[in-house]
Design a binder for this molecule. Structure first.
Ligand code: AMP
Ligand code: ZN
Length: 469
């Protein structure tokens, strides 16, 4: 399995630090609003990476944080006249709802910045002790960027270019910095803001320190994969590397993965220009599975353009897979139990070729576009070769392949319709009638049909009982 590593700027063979296990950290959203479809891209992409790793047999420890203390959260809290935690808790809940709609697995741990302040104070203390950080007169603590030799290795930037050219490095309190490149680890509180006590001042953490601390606490000093959107490469991830490696004295993450941006109608998403959608907006018009399909239809390192036409195309693509599985289920209701015939075994071999293609695409830096193309080839193959003459084993085998590959992409393609109670009772009655006239073939057919729909029958002395599987 090859992964493109931003650190080396090339695809590298994936070798985990510990055999059979993957430690993975993905920077999560700042929770002050409903998440937008741009935020959904890394969520869907890295959930798919995780699913594929799990499919390959790795045990994945997946950590993704919520940034729940930040200027934007505080601003919103002041506007609404509530505590900052009211805002962050509200939007964490909403974010989880959207994630469920997009079939994103909950992380092994979803830490929140405000619950990890102790760890942050510890790491800042260590950095000061080691000479990598210092407190200015007003209590602001800065990271001494030039003290960390590897600074710039992820973004492939040169320190002296940064010094001259990047104004974004000049944050408030710059006059107290030793050097314009230094960045904030801890800052004094302002009136009305949430704050914590610290040896340097009552205040709150800078943004970057939370990820270094949470990653260390939940995954250890060294991890396999660290990921996020490409806007995070600099300064966020560069700063995380500086903090973690300077504090721990060990290499931080082995592979750095970054998704490209999602644009709308070929323009940067912007609220003021009106080209901005939340995941919730999309869910009013589409099943969020269609959004997921859309995101995976491009390689994660290619910019992706969102438009109504492309969403329609995604809807059609997704429907094609769902319809194929629907048809297989329809055929499965028609056929009786039976195993694969010789000719079908050969066809099954051919079908396995599409799985190999799928794996090959995913092994090549998670090329989901080609992986979905392989699912489509399989769908076409099934549409040509599946009919009522086929054996149950053959049809079940095909269905399992499509469902498994789709599931690796996090796509739910089998809509399980719950049977109505009255329909179940009616079939049970029909089965009883068949048994009375000793038509056991029909009785068995009905039992099988119900089983296929997830209804289990139990014949007891008091009559037939049923339950959902
Ligand atoms: P934020 O809440 O801004 O910290 O963003 C959370 C995650 O969403 C980060 O990994 C960002 O890189 C990512 N992100 C934000 N906007 C976009 C976008 N338009 N396209 C892709 N990823 C994005
Ligand atoms: Zn982060």
């Amino acid at each position: 399995m090859k992964i493109y590593n931003t650190l080396s700027k090339r695809k590298e063979e994936f070798v985990p630090l510990e055999e059979g296990r993957v430690k993975m950290y993905v920077c999560g959203p700042t929770v002050y609003n409903l998440i937008h479809i741009g935020n959904a891209r890394p969520m869907i992409v890295f959930d798919t990476v995780r699913r594929y790793m799990e499919h390959k047999g790795y045990e994945v420890n997946f950590v993704s944080n919520f940034t729940d203390v930040d200027d934007k959260i505080i601003k919103k809290a002041i506007e609404e006249g509530v505590e900052a935690s009211v805002i962050s808790e509200r939007y964490i809940k909403e974010c989880m709802k959207d994630m469920q709609g997009m079939n994103i697995k909950p992380a092994t741990t979803h830490p929140k910045a405000t619950e990890e302040i102790c760890g942050m104070l510890d790491m800042i203390g260590t950095l000061i002790e080691k000479g990598h950080a210092y407190a200015a007169a007003d209590g602001t603590v800065y990271f001494r960027t030039r003290s960390f030799k590897g600074y710039g290795k992820l973004s492939h930037k040169n320190l002296d270019d940064l010094q001259g050219g990047n104004r974004s490095l000049l944050v408030t309190g710059e006059d107290q910095k030793e050097d314009a490149l230094d960045f904030v680890l801890w800052k004094p509180k302002k009136d009305g803001e949430p704050y914590w006590e610290s040896p340097w001042c009552n205040g709150r953490p800078g943004w970057h320190i939370e990820c270094s601390v949470m990653s260390k606490k939940y995954l250890g000093d060294e991890i396999d994969i660290h990921a996020g959107g490409e806007d995070l490469i600099f300064p966020h991830h560069e700063n995380e590397i500086a903090q973690s490696e300077a504090a721990n004295g060990k290499p931080f993450a082995k592979y750095w993965m970054h998704n490209a941006f999602l644009n709308i109608d070929n323009k940067k998403m912007s609220k003021s220009a009106g080209n901005f959608f939340t995941v919730r907006d999309i869910s009013e018009k589409y099943d969020l599975q269609v959004l997921r399909f859309f995101m995976l239809s491009a390689h994660y390192r290619s910019p992706l353009n969102f438009s109504a036409e492309l969403m329609e195309a995604a809807q059609n693509g997704y429907d094609r897979i769902v319809t194929c599985v629907d048809n297989l289920n329809y055929l499965l209701e028609k056929v009786t139990a039976g195993s694969m015939r010789e000719e079908e075994k050969k066809l099954m071999e051919e079908a396995r070729g599409f799985i190999a293609k799928f794996d090959e695409a995913m092994d090549d830096d998670f090329n989901t576009a080609d992986a979905i193309a392989a699912i489509f080839e399989l769908v076409k193959f099934v549409n040509t070769n599946a009919d009522v003459q086929r054996s149950q084993e053959f049809l079940l085998g095909l269905k399992e392949e499509i469902v498994t590959l789709s599931d690796i992409c996090g796509l739910i393609v089998e809509k399980k319709k719950e049977m109505l109670e009255e329909d179940i009772e009616a079939l049970i009655q029909e089965r009883q009638n068949a048994r009375k006239v000793r038509d056991f073939k029909r009785a068995d057919e009905i039992r099988n049909e119900l089983l296929n729909k997830g209804i289990i029958l139990e014949d007891t002395r008091e009559g037939v009982k049923w339950k959902r599987a």
